[in-house]
Design a protein around this ligand. Structure first.
Ligand code: FAD
Length: 534
């Protein structure tokens, strides 16, 4: 009997996970079709003249042991002296057992670093803790007048909350008061989504920023002052270190993980074709029978027994040979995406420093949220602090300036030179660099980075019901499911689809239930949180 085949659209984390699971756990041969020439999708690493860019900054953290073990099976954690290093993120902890022969990153490349997480908010040309804390520093920087306004507007919201809370703006105001919302949430959130918070459904806030309240922030601040933590234990002297957030990170950026996974898939008999875009999906009743793809080398038809799609669902719907009902098409055409431009800037030095007993040092943030409303810049990555190995010359600073935009809009359409000029001017205007310190620059455009929870998203169920009728078609990943999925969620959907194939299950509800739990990757430690966008 011929070997069964699975056709997988896209070589991002979800597509490659599906292929790896199939090739290691089943007799089904995976054939991955990727339109670009890179492995890793949004989580690829771009190498620009020896300096590597991680598009978006990818922390490797998951509450799923299955995912963490999977990553560490591909790339073991670095030798660190501590046999049970803990990684922690947003109040969740995971032990990472270092192997006896853990690799030393100074000598080997295939290694996961354990990196500390630090990110701050830049506002009023000053740094504020992220998540927002009610520390003396925050109070001093905000000033008495602004604090008074924050307090008054907060109490107004407590006494007179907006009753029928419909928009994200109302969600924020009811929880923080108008003034605090304007200080720490409005500008960044509107940069990410490109629309006013008053146009975004409050459900997004409920899903992304739940469990967050000013009272928890105040309780946390008081707890810190009197040395009492939320779990009822008196803080031990050394507790602070264990609270430092850490995440796993491939030595050469996230793309390294996916390049290695791709290598293993091919080694075990899977196929990965690059430069082919799938643009037609042929079906027969309840089953998909083939996909068609075009590329530089012409057009090809791929027949298969199982099909996985990580392509944006809107594009998949357009490729179906059987035209979906009008209502389903209306929903899929109304889905909205947000796109992304990263400017890599290599600079000699920054204007801002950390003062340490050993002198001035590079600030230790991985990334900084730019809340300043007078610039378009949304977020700043310091790649040196993700992994020093991303930077060719450790004497330089390798930055990623992130601009959220819509494909084809003013930012997206700027010529590379104009984009670099904008990035340099804005970063110098807000006091982070001198333009004369810039040594080199590059521009990367990435489409459909954010599936939006507005547009027709509230009717997404209509697409799901329609597409789930194809029993051998599995929608997985982030854009594949139009879900705000991180790598781990994207991977879990792929793993579970393979579980379903092995178990002969055609119902897809377990895949749709990933990343719907109440508390995942959200604030748990009692301090405020930016409406962060991954
Ligand atoms: C700014 C930002 C920061 C992030 N930070 C984190 C983080 O810190 N931690 C984390 O875990 N996750 C993070 N993520 C999420 C992570 O990037 C995604 O979860 C993950 O990349 C999704 O994997 P995927 O395979 O579903 O899709 P993608 O990564 O989008 O890959 C899909 C692939 O399919 C290809 N493709 C699409 N259509 C076709 C077609 N028709 N034919 C052929 N090929 C096609 C694409 O070229 C692409 O390579 C972040 C995302 C962004 C945007």
């Amino acid at each position: 009997m011929d070997q069964q085949r699975a056709i997988i659209i896209g070589a991002g984390p979800a597509g490659l996970t599906a292929a790896y699971e199939l090739v290691t756990r089943t007799g089904i041969k995976p054939i991955v079709i990727e339109k670009s020439d890179a492995m890793g999708g949004i989580a690829r690493t771009v190498n620009y003249r020896g300096n590597r860019i991680d598009i978006g900054g990818h922390r490797f953290f998951s509450k799923s042991d299955r995912v963490i073990d999977w990553w560490l099976n591909i790339m073991p954690a670095q030798a660190g002296g501590n046999p049970h290093q803990a990684i922690a993120y947003h109040g969740m902890h995971r032990a990472v057992a270092a192997r006896a022969a853990a690799p030393d990153p100074e000598r080997e490349d295939l290694v996961m670093l354990v990196r500390p997480r630090k990110s701050r908010i830049y506002y009023l040309r000053r740094f504020f803790d992220y998540p927002v804390t009610l520390s003396r520093d925050t109070i001093a920087k905000l000033g008495a007048w602004r604090l008074l306004r924050i307090a008054l507007s907060y109490f107004r919201s407590v006494l007179l909350p907006i009753r029928d809370e419909r928009t994200l703006e109302e969600f924020f105001i009811n929880r923080f008061g108008r003034e605090l919302y304007k200080t720490f949430f409005q500008s960044y959130t509107e940069k990410v989504w490109g629309v006013a918070c008053s146009s975004i459904n409050s459900d997004w806030g409920r899903q992304r920023i739940k469990g967050l309240s000013i009272w928890r922030t105040i309780r946390h601040a008081i707890g810190k002052l009197i040395g009492f933590n939320g779990s009822g234990e008196v803080r031990q002297k050394n507790t602070e270190t264990s609270l430092i957030e850490q995440f796993l990170y491939p030595k050469l950026g996230p793309g390294q993980m996916w390049e290695e996974v791709a290598r293993r898939i091919k080694e075990k008999g899977g196929e990965i074709l690059t430069g082919y875009t799938v643009d037609r999906v042929n079906s027969n009743g309840k089953r998909v029978i083939s996909v068609e793809a075009s590329g530089d080398k012409g057009r090809r038809v791929f027949e298969g027994d199982y099909f996985f799609s990580t392509a944006p669902i809107q594009e998949l719907m357009r490729s179906l040979d059987a035209t979906p009902p009008a209502n389903v098409l209306e929903v899929s055409e109304g889905l909205v995406y947000r796109d992304f431009v990263t400017v890599g800037l290599l600079v000699r030095t920054l204007k801002i420093h950390d003062e340490t007993p050993d002198g001035k040092k590079l600030i230790s943030d991985n990334w900084i949220y730019i809340q300043e409303p007078d610039v378009l810049l949304g977020r700043l990555q310091l790649f040196n602090n993700w992994s020093p190995y991303l930077v060719q010359d450790p004497g330089t600073v390798w930055l990623g300036l992130e601009y959220f935009c819509d494909e084809g809009d003013g930012i997206w359409s700027l010529a590379d030179g104009e984009m670099v000029a904008l990035a340099k001017e804005e970063l110098s205007r807000i006091g982070i660099i001198e333009e004369t310190e810039v040594l080199d620059a590059t521009v990367i455009r990435m489409e459909k980075t954010y599936p939006a929870y507005f547009g027709t998203y509230d009717r997404f169920q209509e697409i799901r019901e329609y597409i789930d009728r194809y029993e051998n078609l599995f929608l997985v990943g982030r854009n594949g499911m139009h879900r705000y999925n991180n790598q781990d969620h994207s991977m879990l959907t792929a793993m579970m689809a393979v579980d379903n194939i092995i178990a002969g299950v055609t119902d897809k509800s377990n895949l749709w239930s990933v990343n719907t739990e109440e508390d995942y990757l959200e604030e748990k430690n009692g301090s405020g949180s930016q409406s962060s966008a991954n």
